[in-house]
Design a protein around this ligand. Sequence first.
Ligand code: EPZ
Length: 416
Amino acid sequence: MKNSLLIEGGYPLNGRVRVSGAKNAGLVLLVASIMADGETILDNLPRICDVEVMVKILNDVGVNARWNEDGSLSICPPQGHVKVQTSYELSKKLRASNLFLGALLGREREAVVSLPGGCDIGSRPMDLHIKGIQALGSEVEIEHGFIYARAKAPAGARIYLDFPSVGATENIMMMAVKTPGQSIIENAAKEPEIVDLANFLNSMGARVRGAGTDLIKIEGVNELRAGRYAIIPDRIEAGTYMIAAAISQGDVLVENVIPTHLHPIVAKLQETGAMVEETDDGVRVRGGKRVNPVDIKTLPYPGFPTDMQSQMMALLSLAEGSSVIVENVFENRFQIVDELKRMGANIKVEGHTAVIKGVTTLYGARVKATDLRAGAALVLSGLAARGETIIEDAIHIFRGYEKISEKLCQLGAKVK
Ligand code: EPZ
């Protein structure tokens, strides 16, 4: 089956692996670039399925986006207007297409985006996105599964987010940078990808202050000038390879990271007994002989990232003792539990809490990737399992991990 990954477990990973650009920074910067006049060039964009779909959506709305010889991506919006409605066919493949809401309102004062269908990790509502763009002057109708928004007289406003939603913060920022007056976002998301978006917008002439804190101030400007920008490395890809080193009892140098972005992951991994040390251009991880049980609560940044929860669950399945994981960000992010149990894990789920009783051995099995990070976690359990693991629906994994087979094989894993 072409859409599967096959892993022969039991081989410790050794060597160096280079982290690619951050999926969740690249996706929002691709959309934000439609607001700039001229050609934007993005460096360090990972060539993953989600990015390819986003490139297709850009071209579909009339923005010329194409890869350059040097691996960068050029985005050239037209002189005139772009289509204000993203294609449903393409949008349903990529939840992040909802980020066109803020960028189209910023550029065209109008946007029609599809309400995202439910996905594997929760219902993914957009109430906070809508509250924000309405505060900035948009009239919003929701009909036939689409959000219709139009801002006849946009004006800066103060917006309080009930939850520090990453996407809502990004959509509001993108609309506000081109909305006259001052806007303030309170209880804003603080993820590194928010800071990267603010830096990118400011490099185009926007006036965003306070990104990375829970209070972001924006002074609207009339125009944004395109330029060249390199996106940050992917902290979740980095964390995934760090756990790969730990779970396989290997010794891996994960290169091209920003250490501060990894602190919550480093701290937890050290608690499990792995040796983790920061070098000037990476993080070296050596797996311990044993895995200590640890308790984890996922939280918005700088708490432990929900996008690393499944990967930690794979590691803790082999701990000497019981661990407790509480998922506080998404309402349904334990899809991986049933798959890990097929490999011999001993896990009990009660609502948002999973209790993992460590076992001595996991066994290879046929399993299914239900979402991107659960798929990545099954790769990790496959690396440590006795025998062969076949992961079906591996397309989920290719959505967010550039060249994952090559990178793992280069570290000594047996993956194809
Ligand atoms: C972003 O999703 C990331 N995706 C997710 O990464 C990540 O898990 C998430 O942030 C949290 O860090 C991208 O950046 C493309 P949220 P987003 O809005 O923006 C609730 C991955 O694996 N909420 O911060 O959709 C929501 O239901 C993906 O790379 C509302 O209630 O996340 C969820 O429970 C998965 N109302 C919580 O907030 C809203 O209007 C966090 O969602 C919006 C969100």
